[in-house]
Ligand binder design. Structure first.
Ligand SMILES: Nc1ncnc2c1ncn2[C@@H]1O[C@H](COP(=O)(O)OP(=O)(O)OP(=O)(O)O)[C@@H](O)[C@H]1O
Ligand SMILES: [Mg+2]
Length: 339
């Protein structure tokens, strides 16, 4: 099977809800890592979870994997609440954590056989099932190597393999392709799509093209709150055909004035300084549908005697949609998401 952009499938309305978050809040002391988050994943659907660093993605996935409970709200796996049936829920879930912790003194084969036992794969089926997974995850050649001596990418593959052992109905993948080489990334994405045909998959990633390639639906979280949810096409349609204008000006010491002029131009929805160096300011502006803001930008800069070094405009793709939604979210601090 090959994967391509725009290959999103919509789960049929009758498809079973395999996992859901109902009004979930997670507090660490006074800090809310998740604030009343709601979403569901149906059978045959791959949901991409996006958000800046610290948004709450890993926290959401740990709750779904039964790693810790929510402070408030209800989480279900296959119709039952995790709180009421924790063991049942855990058996239905395969989880690839952000950093895979593995026992280093076992071989890959020993470890996977051990996990298969824990997950209740019956003895007659076990060796065939483990063999199949070794092949699918590109681990056959290293099956007799000690896990502790494997390279990072291979350990990541072992993490993926242990998650899909036992054929769980819900797969939770926290940045599953981070640290893999390009051929493995391609293989793992294919495998995720294949697995997602009859399971429910939730994956987080910072690689936005990965979302278009792999996911059917997207949920964007920012500072613990769900700020957008839908198919990639729906999110694009919500904002298209706006554009992102990137430009570089001089006179960095006049940053506040320049920013204020841009903000006052009709059609400009957000203004962000992405970098400042050597006396220059690098801007990213988002303009609403139907507005051509570039002539006014140029006019204003000429009038104020500020040099313009470069200006480009792009239609909004997923990356710009993501940035635009996050930057416009009132929860995002004024200085933006950059440190
Ligand atoms: N055990 C914990 N105790 C206190 N705060 C925590 C704990 N776990 C997470 N947090 C905080 O919750 C917030 C969300 O963290 P989380 O790891 O879920 O973010 P993330 O979206 O996965 O980010 P990244 O993209 O960097 O992986 C962060 O501010 C983090 O510091
Ligand atoms: Mg994370």
């Amino acid at each position: 099977m090959s994967i391509r952009a725009g290959a999103a499938r919509i789960a049929s309305p009758e498809a079973a809800v395999m996992a859901s978050f109902q009004n979930v809040t997670k507090s660490f002391g006074a800090f809310k890592a998740l604030d009343r988050v709601q979403f569901e994943i149906k059978q045959g659907e791959i949901l991409g979870l996006l958000g800046p660093n610290g948004a709450g993605k890993t926290t959401a996935m740990r709750i779904l994997a039964g790693y810790f409970p929510p402070t408030n709200g209800r989480v279900t796996i296959d119709g039952s609440s995790i709180a009421d049936h924790p063991e049942k829920a855990k058996r239905r879930v395969g989880y690839v954590p952000e950093t895979v912790q593995l026992y280093g003194d076992q071989t890959v084969l020993e470890f996977l056989d051990f996990v298969a036992q824990i997950k209740g794969v019956s003895r007659p089926e076990r060796s065939k099932h483990v063999e199949d997974i070794l092949y699918r995850c590109g681990l056959w050649e290293v099956r007799r190597r000690l896990i502790g001596r494997l390279s990072k990418g291979f350990r990541q593959r072992v993490g993926f393999a242990q998650a899909i052992l036992g054929d769980p109905g819900v797969l939770i993948l926290d940045e599953p392709t981070t640290g893999l080489d390009p051929t493995q990334i391609h293989k793992i994405r294919e495998l995720i799509r294949e697995l997602g045909r009859d399971r429910a998959v939730i994956l987080s990633t910072h690689i936005l093209p990965e979302v278009s390639l792999v996911c059917d639906r997207v949920a964007i979280i920012n500072r613990g709150r769900l700020i957008a949810e839908g198919t990639v096409a729906e999110l694009e349609a919500g904002l298209k055909p706006g554009q992102e204008v990137r430009l570089t000006t001089g006179e960095a010491h006049r940053r506040e004035n320049i920013t204020a002029w841009f903000e006052s131009i009709a059609g400009i929805r957000s203004v962000q300084v992405t970098d400042e160096r050597e006396g220059r300011l690098f801007y990213s502006l988002f303009a609403a549908e139907g507005y051509e803001v570039r002539p006014e930008i140029t006019r204003r800069l000429v009038q104020e005697n500020v040099p313009l070094y470069e200006m480009t405009a792009n239609r909004l793709g997923l990356e710009e949609i993501f940035l635009s939604l996050v930057l416009q979210d009132p929860a995002t601090p004024a200085e933006g998401i950059l440190p």
